[in-house]
Design a protein around this ligand. Structure first.
Ligand code: GUN
Length: 290
């Protein structure tokens, strides 16, 4: 079993980006500037956003974190988005999800200027991605593709099972892996809560992407020997023995599944760091597209 080391791979990608930033600086070009909008004080979201800001500093980007209170109205958030759309120094920005329940997520994502939509969540960019027109790919699926590519894992003709149909991960990765592209050409089955006989399907899969947000859902007896396992889940589980009061668990029962897998992503240190690296890559692309 080989660990798909997202932390190490993301560090390499960040070094590559830092080199590009140095080149931009040398010629007096525009330093990439990423902004993040965070509404409310969800602990996990704050951790993720802070990691994104820290990563910007690491590669030499400028970054801005805009924190809005829990009771921000939809109108106020749309106003902040309008300011970011107009700000010529901001090359790309993200609205950290989930948003508080009283805000219409779709309405907010549609207000983001597609040219600054480095998360790739705007319908224009989702449409382009689906039609194989170059655009920002959503960071987590893009990170999975990049990880598979850098470990030279063949996807062409393989049976892929994706568990979870979210707009952020499951749906886009199922589309990307089925496309005629370098890390693609797979036969993809997208499974979800209404799927019958999930185990029958996972047992036939060469590659399984698990992105449903249920800790340790995929067990060893659901996996074929030699399968490649991509674990997108990250759940905080109460653990009094830890200083933080919790431990992080993936959607994969690592203990049993790692005994069957040929390659597997750890949690933490797998898909998570790759997501951040690809967000930076998209921000660099936003500058290059100008
Ligand atoms: N929440 C969970 N994943 C993501 C992501 O990739 N982007 C944003 N904006 N919010 C998220």
């Amino acid at each position: 079993m080989i660990l798909l080391d997202g932390k190490k791979t993301a560090a390499t990608i960040k070094e590559e980006i830092a080199i590009e930033v140095e080149k931009i600086k040398k010629v007096g070009g525009k330093i990439p500037h990423l902004a993040a909008l965070l509404v409310g004080a969800d602990g996990a979201s704050l951790t993720y956003v802070n990691s994104k800001v820290k990563a910007c500093q690491k590669v030499g980007f400028n970054s801005t974190l805009i924190e809005l209170p829990d009771n921000t109205t939809e109108e106020q958030l749309l106003y902040e988005i309008e300011l970011l759309n107009r700000d010529t120094d901001i090359d790309g920005y993200i609205v950290q999800l989930p948003l508080p329940k009283h805000i219409d997520e779709q309405k907010v994502l549609m207000a983001v200027d597609p040219h600054k939509d480095v998360d790739g969540f705007h319908p224009t960019n989702v449409g382009k991605m689906t039609l194989e027109i170059p655009t920002f790919l959503p960071a987590t699926p893009y990170g999975i593709i990049e990880l598979l590519e850098r470990y030279a894992i063949e996807t062409s003709g393989k049976n892929v099972v994706v568990i979870g149909r979210s707009h952020i991960v499951g749906r886009p990765i199922s589309i990307l892996l089925s496309q005629k592209r370098k890390t693609g050409n797979a036969t993809v089955t997208l499974c979800h809560s209404r799927t019958r006989n999930l185990k029958e399907l996972t047992l036939k899969a060469d590659i399984i992407v698990v992105a449903l947000g249920i800790a340790e859902f995929l067990k060893g007896d659901m996996v074929k020997k030699g399968a490649v396992i991509i674990d997108v889940g990250i759940t905080r589980i109460k653990d009094k023995s830890r200083k933080s009061g919790y431990r992080l668990a993936g959607d994969v029962d690592f203990e049993s599944v790692s005994k069957k897998a040929s390659y597997i992503t750890p949690v933490p240190g797998g898909v998570g760091p790759m997501t951040i690296a690809m967000l930076l890559k998209n921000t660099l692309l936003a500058v290059q597209n100008k």
